[in-house]
Ligand binder design. Sequence first.
Ligand SMILES: Nc1nc2c(ncn2[C@@H]2O[C@H](COP(=O)(O)OP(=O)(O)O)[C@@H](O)[C@H]2O)c(=O)[nH]1
Ligand SMILES: [Mg+2]
Length: 223
Amino acid sequence: MKQILVKKNILGTNNEIAKKNRELLKEKGIFTINMLGSPGAGKTSVLEKIIKSLKKELNMCVIEGDLYTTKDADRIESHGIQVLQVNTGGGCHLDALMIEEALSNINIEDTDFLIIENVGNLVCPASYDLSEDMKVTVLSITEGNDKPLKYPSMFQRSEVLIVNKIDLLEYTNFSMDDLYEDIKSLNENIKIFEVSCTTEEGIKDLAEYFKEKIKEKGGVVNA
Ligand SMILES: Nc1nc2c(ncn2[C@@H]2O[C@H](COP(=O)(O)OP(=O)(O)O)[C@@H](O)[C@H]2O)c(=O)[nH]1
Ligand SMILES: [Mg+2]
């Protein structure tokens, strides 16, 4: 079978801007994660659980990437933390320029933990550096076992994998053993958290993990 590969060199500029943003975030001691995953994987739900666990102890801010709506930002706003919506107007990912603009519109002096929820998509967002300290991918078990090997780059570039909706395990044919085998073949250093936003299983461990990372970056945690 014939196949062609098309690649455009549009990442150069992105990396330049991302470098500048990263210096600013470092200077301000802001720990930043870029949350990735399919539409419906549970990115916003996990984020809401993390906010509930940590908002009393530290200052959090969320940048919500979406095509057109403010639905996710509205959900985050109800938790009473700083949130900024970035609409891509149909674009399938956020880029460093959008983050630069977002940073000039939020109170970074008062932020210890910045979470960027990227546009739901397993392909495009993986290629764009958003100045994050780590990429965090959310995969829900209802997406099926084949996804990591079909869309490897996001899993290869992430430091953390959140396996969500484990409350539904018994209703699906999903195999945790197969998942671990596939993920480790792509990225042997990735840290895996199994969670459920329904039962809250695994959420505490995940929140503690981020808290440690925030402290390492110099963020203030009022334990
Ligand atoms: N059963 C179950 N449903 C979940 C869980 N996490 C999220 N959901 C549901 O999955 C759907 C998509 O969640 P959402 O957070 O909007 O996903 P996003 O598109 O990745 O941000 C919503 O209906 C959530 O209520 C979970 O752990 N278990
Ligand atoms: Mg969402």
